[in-house]
Write a protein that binds this ligand. Structure first.
Ligand code: ATP
Length: 445
């Protein structure tokens, strides 16, 4: 295996070379910590989101989907606590004008004091005392740029769920306990972004808020912790690279009663990429207070009224995609030659199969094209007739394509093709007309 130090570098370079992830606005020098997904990356991320949606919405009768707008009434952020509290303490260097998080381990000494040293320019005594900086992006609604028109790009998708809680409850005829799930963009003006797509300023979240009767929250919290870990293992992420981190009292967010992160062992250390939070009745109570609208629930069975508690599962689609890419990345020797292979779970692989005519003659390209046209009605498949078959396999290994289908001399005689397995490198002859059902069996989630 490659060393942890350079695996990140190698992944970033493969991601660009093969079209998983590009830097935003690269021809203009790039935009800090904003990334674009290329042809393979968009498929990978879409597959992750689809599997999440399937397991959180379609496979459950007690969860409904939602797609709320990014822009929301500014009062939402007062109620949620983001306007007052979504801040990081920062220090500025008066000399080089760089800005750092106050807890940046590279800072030597105490910011604001003469002994403190700037980690960028090395000047002493030029760092200001920490000041709070809000992470929300601001913009203006309508033509006038004035204070009354300020709106924010949402820093999380959860609030869109809380403010629609009654709408969904009433229109779907759900009863508590039930949940609302949403996938969407969120924006944070992160100060120390970095590590590729790990911490970015624009990202996607996959969040589910589960509304429960107070007193049953602990049970649901445990239930959702289990579900989420099982889901991740089902994606093929190696269990030994996953662990729980329980928030200590001083790590707990203002809204949380109990919280666990799911961490992955990234090349830069164990870090969170999903959180499960018991948010108590904080959110609905606050929205009730700030909006003046009643958000309590009348239990039809017991005639009790209560403000539901919320158990939240909050995952980043981009961080999950990064976990999946890092976990899939492997280098190995095959027949004395080095290969890089992305061992994606077949359901997540951007391209499910590649079709190759062995040579570009003897009717093979025609047969291969026909097969390709047939398969692409079912799956995202790729046609490649360029270069030696070995090189074509290598290219698909890097893309993480689980199956390579070669049409050779025997194909026109008996209607069979060879199917090469990306991981075992085993080859099987399969009747071309059976390929759709053959792949179907291998591509189950
Ligand atoms: P961190 O401590 O890393 O800033 P957080 O605790 O603020 O994360 P949450 O607010 O709980 O994160 O957000 C839930 C999920 O959203 C995270 O687990 C992560 O996957 C994703 N996420 C949050 N911030 C970012 C970001 N800046 N870039 C990419 N993904 C993010």
């Amino acid at each position: 295996m490659p060393s942890a130090d350079n695996v990140m570098e190698k992944l970033v370079s493969l991601a660009k070379r093969r079209g998983f992830v590009f830097q935003s606005s690269e021809i203009y020098g790039g935009l800090g910590s904003v990334w674009d997904y290329g042809p393979l990356g968009v498929e990978l991320k879409k597959n992750i989101k689809e599997r999440w949606w399937r397991s959180m919405v379609h496979e459950r009768e007690d969860i409904e989907g939602l797609d709320a707008a990014i822009l929301m009434h500014p009062k939402v952020w007062e109620a949620s606590g983001h306007l007052a509290g979504f801040t990081d303490p920062l220090v500025d260097c008066k000399h080089c004008k760089n800005r750092f998080r106050a807890d940046d381990p590279r800072i030597k000494g105490t910011p604001g004091q003469p002994d403190a040293q700037c980690p960028a320019c090395g000047s002493r005594g030029t760092l200001t005392a920490p000041r709070l900086f809000n992470l929300m992006f601001k913009t203006f609604l309508g033509p006038v740029e004035e204070a009354a028109a300020v709106v924010y790009l949402r820093p999380e998708t959860a609030q869109g769920i809380y403010v629609n809680y009654l709408n969904v409850l009433q229109s779907s005829r759900q009863k508590i306990p039930f949940g609302i799930a949403q996938i969407g963009k969120a924006f944070r003006n992160e100060i120390t972004p970095g590590n590729f797509t790990f911490r970015t300023r624009e990202f996607e979240q996959m969040e589910m808020q589960f509304f429960v009767k107070p007193g049953t929250d602990r049970e649901w919290f445990e239930f959702w912790r289990n579900q989420r870990m099982q889901w991740l293992v089902g994606l093929g992420v190696r269990p030994e690279k996953l662990r729980w981190h329980q928030h200590t009292p001083d790590e707990l967010a203002h809204y949380a009663k109990e919280a666990y992160d799911i961490q992955y062992e990234f090349p830069f250390g164990w870090q969170e990429f999903e959180g499960i939070h018991n948010r108590s009745d904080f959110d609905l109570s606050r929205h009730q207070e700030y909006s003046g609208k009643k958000l309590d629930y009348l239990d039809p069975a017991t005639n009790e009224r209560f403000v539901p508690y919320v158990v939240e599962t909050s995952a980043g689609a981009d961080r999950t995609a990064l976990v999946v890419m890092l976990d899939a990345y492997a280098e190995e020797e095959v027949g004395g030659e080095k290969r890089v292979v992305m061992r994606f779970h077949p359901t997540l692989a951007p391209v499910k199969a590649a079709v190759f005519p062995l040579v570009n003659k003897d009717g093979m390209p025609e047969l291969a094209r026909r097969l390709y046209d047939d398969l692409r009605r079912h799956y995202n498949v790729f046609y490649d007739d360029g270069g030696s078959i070995g090189r074509r396999y290598r290219r698909q290994d890097e893309a993480g394509t689980p199956f390579g289908i070669t049409i050779d001399g025997q194909s026109s005689a008996d209607g069979t093709v060879t199917v090469r397995d990306r991981d075992t490198l085993g080859q099987e002859r399969v009747a071309a007309e059976r390929l759709v059902s053959y792949l179907e069996g291998k591509l189950q989630g």
